[in-house]
Design a protein around this ligand. Structure first.
Ligand code: HOZ
Length: 430
């Protein structure tokens, strides 16, 4: 038994499934999870000293790679002055100013501690501001684990086969209406059937918790128009796309305005942070300015803010990294397609910006039904072979592959070679 296996055995006695977040348990791909010890740039080292090229990047936030020296220095410097006060500090002002500066259409920000919390709070704000109760979300989109969002959920919930979680009351689920991603007609039908009752439509601008599915031309703009027509708010869940697709996130990338935007881990540079943001008029409805209550002792935590501000500053100072990441992801996608074709393997690779996802299927993947119909057993085979070759991918078909600014040409070449060997082996199996 290696160290990871021993740790997992111990973990299973004291943590449900041996993990603190389901997808990490590797149940969808088989085998035992690797326990990670260290990260540097694009690489991680497990507890047995085996090195991997990391394409999870803590599910997005390590966009500059692990252990970025400037981020570590900012954290060390800040932590020696105290870890938490539950009182305002200068860094949270700097953080909000920077976010407002980088992202179009947002004027005010409220910091929270996770994407789940950000979404839960933004939905409350949308309901408070509109005086309406219903929310439209999309099947297969994931917005964290608050009760109202664990209906038709993607990500780990989909991976574990519980998109409608047990423990959610019918009351909490009743006001969540489910539409189909990339299908405006399904949204319009719900809005018409619930006229005057829908507070908000919440969407991942790029659906990145059913693998990676980009919005089709006109989809996001269509949602904007439907919201305007029906008096509902449009919420972009940018936990994954924020500061990743572009400095101004999906609003900048697609040129579509959202009323509220939610953020998660990426704005903490690896520390536990989330936020929601919008216009002054909307955000001033949040306590203490307005009647929508939301609070938190660790919100705006100075150490987390130090990491986040530094990461955002680097992204701002180096806008060229967005082009580089996009080129790296496109390079990987193209080589995967070519290798698969050469070996007669049906593979569709979706890629947008620095996000990508291989689906073992012969059809295009533009919606949840397509994503769900991909061959997950083949993905598991692919995952394990890549892992054995030193490539650390998402242990689920329904998560994204994250390219960072730290991935080098050597990393990409090594990954392409591992994929070529893997696909050749899979072809030989068949
Ligand atoms: N389902 C999460 C990403 N979409 C993974 C969370 C984690 O295991 O850290």
């Amino acid at each position: 038994m290696d160290v990871s296996e021993k740790l997992f055995e111990r973990a299973c006695k004291v943590l449900p499934g041996g993990v603190n977040s389901p997808v990490r348990a590797f149940r969808a791909v088989g085998g035992k999870p690797r326990f990670l010890q260290k990260g540097l740039g694009s690489h991680v080292l497990d507890a047995d000293g085996k090195e991997y090229i990391d394409f999870i990047g803590s599910w997005g936030p390590m966009i500059l790679g692990h252990s970025h020296p400037d981020i570590l220095a900012a954290v060390y410097e800040r932590m020696t002055d105290g870890l938490s006060f539950g009182a305002p500090t200068a860094l949270e002002v700097e953080m909000a100013e920077r976010m407002v500066d980088m992202v179009p259409h947002i004027e005010m920000v409220r910091m929270v501690n996770s994407g789940t919390e950000a979404v839960m709070s933004a939905l409350r704000l949308a309901r408070g501001a509109t005086g309406r109760e219903k929310i439209i979300k999309f099947e297969g989109c994931y917005h964290g684990h608050s009760d109202a969002m664990l209906v038709g959920a993607g990500s780990g919930a989909l991976t574990q086969g519980v998109p409608d979680s047990s423990g959610v009351t019918s009351g909490a689920a009743r006001d969540t209406l489910i539409a189909q991603y990339n299908d405006l007609h399904s949204v319009e039908t719900l809005l018409d059937a619930n006229a005057g009752q829908v507070a908000a439509i919440i969407v991942e601008p790029v659906a990145a918790n059913m693998g990676v599915v980009a919005p089709q031309e006109g989809f996001l703009a269509g949602l904007r128009a439907l919201c305007d027509k029906h008096g509902a708010l449009l919420i972009f869940d940018e936990v994954i796309t924020g500061f990743r697709l572009a400095k101004g996130g999906a609003q900048e990338y697609f040129g579509v305005r959202a009323d509220l935007v939610t953020y998660g881990k990426i704005i903490g540079g690896g520390m536990p942070v989330g936020a929601y943001a919008g216009s002054r008029a909307l955000m001033e409805q949040v306590a203490p300015c307005g009647p929508v209550y939301q609070a938190g002792t660790l919100s705006g935590n100075p150490v987390a803010m130090a990491a986040g501000v530094t990461q955002l500053k680097i992204l701002c100072d180096h806008p060229e990294c967005y082009t580089v990441m996009e080129q790296s992801a496109a390079f990987l996608a193209q080589h995967l397609r070519e290798s698969a074709a050469a070996h007669g393997i049906a593979l569709t690779v979706n890629q947008i910006g620095s996000l990508l996802c291989p689906y073992f299927t012969d059809h295009a993947v533009t919606c949840f039904a397509h994503a769900k119909s991909a061959d997950t057993a083949r993905y598991a085979r692919y995952f394990n072979s890549m892992l054995a070759r030193g490539i650390y991918l998402a242990p689920s078909q329904f998560e994204a592959m994250f390219v960072s600014a730290a991935h080098t040409q050597n990393d990409l070449a090594f990954t392409v070679q591992a994929a070529e060997e893997t696909l050749a082996a899979m072809a030989a199996d068949a």
